[in-house]
Design a protein around this ligand. Structure first.
Ligand code: GLA
Length: 377
């Protein structure tokens, strides 16, 4: 069997027979406003954990996990239908973000001496790959993967982004494999190849509330981050260019701490809460070797989310721009009622010479692994 990433990078899927127990083949989920069919897939493991995925934006629409008493709940924000995902209530719920996640200052960058201008979709900057054809807004090709060497079930998405899409150079073939094993680990493997020098920094934008999606707040959750430094930003959330130690500051989550304990100090800033990239420590040099990045605990249910990645950073976003919009099952999503832990490169990296590069060249393959592991204690 070809290595997992090669299959996707080539955009070739091994269509396994639908009799697989732990993955449900594609099901129609409706159509986009322009009539493109959208499908869902469901991963299920022997513990009853289920993960629902959608071809629109290669999106996680549901994650059902047990609490310490074995009671299941969906812990990610989402919508009941395609229209919900295409409405302005949707703030990147569960989607694959790119070509470049996070912000690019003033929507401009220079690559190999040439200046590129991008959509300004988060005044005065560019956010999450653009306004119309960013990866969260396109319909991906989906397929089932079955690995001979493991009992993991997997769903693979692929998308070919043409040269110049959203202003980015190069035709890029992108793959994302979602796999679930019996250790309740949802693993996300990203890969990308380009025919011209370009920028790639992908992430998943799931919003978690471990008390159940739609619970009032996430400020009662505890968080620990494997990060001694974070990226300070200006009022438009663009990095100032230097890294700052977190020790003893309101950004210090080197020990398990209640998210809501000091957050109010950020309410009058452009971020309105935590919306900062943390620079992860102890990164393994080998790609696809995910190491501990974050731990999130909801004390009442006992649910825990452990995040592992091979990436340099994690954007911690406490849903500060949520506005009480109606979501899945009629739930209301209040401000700061969910948290995103977006693994990836650092914000505005293309314009920050000291930050790890997000440039991808034709000879290279972009790789990124993120693991969301669920448990209860
Ligand atoms: C990221 C950004 C936030 C916000 C959300 C989407 O997490 O860091 O500022 O834009 O996306 O709403």
């Amino acid at each position: 069997m070809l290595p997992r990433l090669a299959i996707v990078a080539l955009g070739v899927f091994v269509m396994a027979s639908p009799v697989l127990a732990d993955v449900t083949g594609s099901k129609p989920f409706g159509k986009t406003a322009d009539g493109t069919p959208v499908e869902t897939y469901t991963l299920k493991n022997k513990n009853g954990v289920t993960v629902k995925l959608m071809t629109l934006g290669a999106t996680v629409t549901e994650i059902n996990v047990p609490d310490k008493k074995g009671k299941f709940a969906n812990v990610v924000l989402g919508f009941d239908d395609v229209a919900g995902y295409q409405s302005d209530r949707n703030q990147y719920f569960g989607c694959t973000v790119g070509r470049v996640a996070n912000r690019i200052a003033k929507g401009k960058f220079t690559l190999d001496g040439k200046e590129y201008k991008l959509a300004i979709n988060n005044e005065p900057n560019h956010l999450h790959g653009g306004a119309k054809r960013s990866l969260d807004k396109v319909v991906w090709k989906g397929g089932i993967l079955k690995f001979k060497d493991s009992n993991e079930a997997a769903v693979a998405f692929s998308y070919k982004s043409p040269d110049g899409e959203e202003g980015y150079p190069g035709a890029v073939t992108i793959g994302v494999v979602f796999s679930l094993n019996d250790k309740n680990e949802l693993r996300i493997d990203y890969s990308a190849q380009t025919d011209k020098a370009t920028l790639v920094n992908l992430t998943n934008h799931s919003y978690f509330n471990l008390a159940g999606a739609g619970a009032d707040t996430v400020l009662d959750h505890d968080l620990k981050l494997e990060a001694n430094d974070y990226v300070p930003v200006d009022k438009t959330l663009i990095p100032t260019g230097k890294l700052e130690p977190v020790k003893g500051t309101i950004f210090d989550f080197t020990k398990m701490g209640r998210i809501g304990e000091r957050i109010e100090k950020l309410y009058d800033t452009g971020a309105k809460g935590y919306d900062h990239c943390y620079v992860l420590t102890k990164r393994e040099p080998k790609p696809s070797t995910a190491t501990l990045a974050a731990r999130l605990l909801e004390p009442k249910s006992g649910r825990v989310l452990t995040v592992l990645t091979d990436q340099p950073g994690v954007q911690v976003y406490t849903g500060n721009f949520l506005f009480g919009q109606k979501g899945k099952d009629g739930k209301v999503y209040n401000q700061r009622s969910a948290i995103c832990l977006e693994t990836g490169g650092l914000p505005d990296a293309v314009n920050q010479p000291t930050f790890p590069s997000v440039i991808l060249r034709p000879v290279e393959t972009y790789r990124h692994t993120c693991v969301y592991k669920f448990s209860a204690e």
